[in-house]
Design a binder for this molecule. Structure first.
Ligand code: ZN
Ligand code: ZN
Length: 98
């Protein structure tokens, strides 16, 4: 067990409900492939920006995801929020797909 976990997207400590992201979406053959533990908000952002197809093809590493401009904008924003920041408004209309 690790004492502390940080989110590879925003580099903040994970102190809220976290969520596992498959770098290769399960529906694209990603079952059993590496996962990364992310903040729920960071995870939701990834899936709001990229489709499963784009993730599988172009954004199958954290580095590639972070290189995206929209993602960088989000990271700049989220780093200013407290570690417990949780976007309740977005959660309500969050899409179900992962
Ligand atoms: Zn995911
Ligand atoms: Zn994060």
């Amino acid at each position: 067990m690790e004492a502390e976990k940080t989110c590879p997207i925003c580099s903040r400590e994970i102190a809220q409900p976290a969520s596992l992201h498959h770098l290769l979406p399960i529906c694209k053959g990603g079952a059993g492939t590496p996962t990364v533990l992310l903040h729920q908000v960071c995870h939701s952002k990834i899936h709001s920006l990229f489709s499963e197809k784009e993730l599988a093809r172009n954004f199958n590493t954290i580095e590639k995801i972070l290189a995206n401009e929209d993602m960088q904008q989000f990271v700049r924003f989220i780093r200013k929020q407290p570690p417990t920041y949780y976007d309740k408004n977005k959660r309500a209309k969050r899409k179900r797909k992962r």
